[in-house]
Write a new protein. Structure first.
Length: 190
């Protein structure tokens, strides 16, 4: 358990550094990024200093401000991405607010347009994304287990295990695990 906590702390610090570097590379002040993302300046400062771990919703807002997908936002920039990504090398991120787990099965790469994620949203958990990271971002969501209510631009989709929905994101989205079991799904982004 101590090792897992230490690993998560190191990951949070790496994410904080990544977010700070992205903002500084664009020569944005905290105030400018706050205006673009809708995340308060104080929260941005605490996140970049590694004092708090951002939620999925906050990371979604930051990804949108930077014009990146969620995965590309949290991924390290690597130019030599291997073809085979072993399970042990697939990074997982856990939302501290909801317990949402997101494993990057096929991490983003400058050489490929598609990324594959395995996600688990705890029973009853809800995540809102007010803006897409990039208008027109293509999603293919395959629900493996549980039940999921997915709202895309005011259109509600109720998925059961085995269902697949595909869509292009232009506005807000909401993911809610319904029922007593977590919603486990695979998400392809392009």
């Amino acid at each position: 358990m101590e090792q897992e906590a230490l690993t998560r702390e190191v990951a949070d610090l790496r994410l904080a550094e990544r977010l700070r570097n992205l903002r500084q590379a664009r020569r944005w002040s905290l105030d400018e990024l706050s205006a673009l993302s809708g995340v308060s300046r104080a929260s941005l400062s605490r996140i970049e200093n590694g004092d708090v771990s951002p939620t999925a919703s906050v990371l979604g807002r930051l990804a949108g401000a930077h014009g990146l997908t969620f995965s590309r936002l949290i991924a390290e920039l690597e130019s030599d991405v291997p073809a085979l990504v072993a399970r042990a090398d697939q990074r997982e991120w856990v939302d501290p607010a909801t317990g949402f787990r997101r494993r990057s099965v096929s991490p983003p790469s400058p050489d490929f347009d598609c990324e594959l994620l395995q996600c688990e949203l705890p029973a009853g958990a809800l995540i809102d994304y007010p803006l897409p990271p990039r208008p027109g971002l293509e999603h293919h969501l395959y629900l493996q287990e549980g039940a999921l209510e997915l709202t895309i631009d005011r259109s509600v989709h109720r998925l059961s295990a085995g269902d697949c929905v595909r869509y292009k994101l232009f506005g807000a989205s909401r993911f809610r695990a319904v029922g007593r079991r977590p919603a486990r799904y695979v998400l392809a982004l392009r």
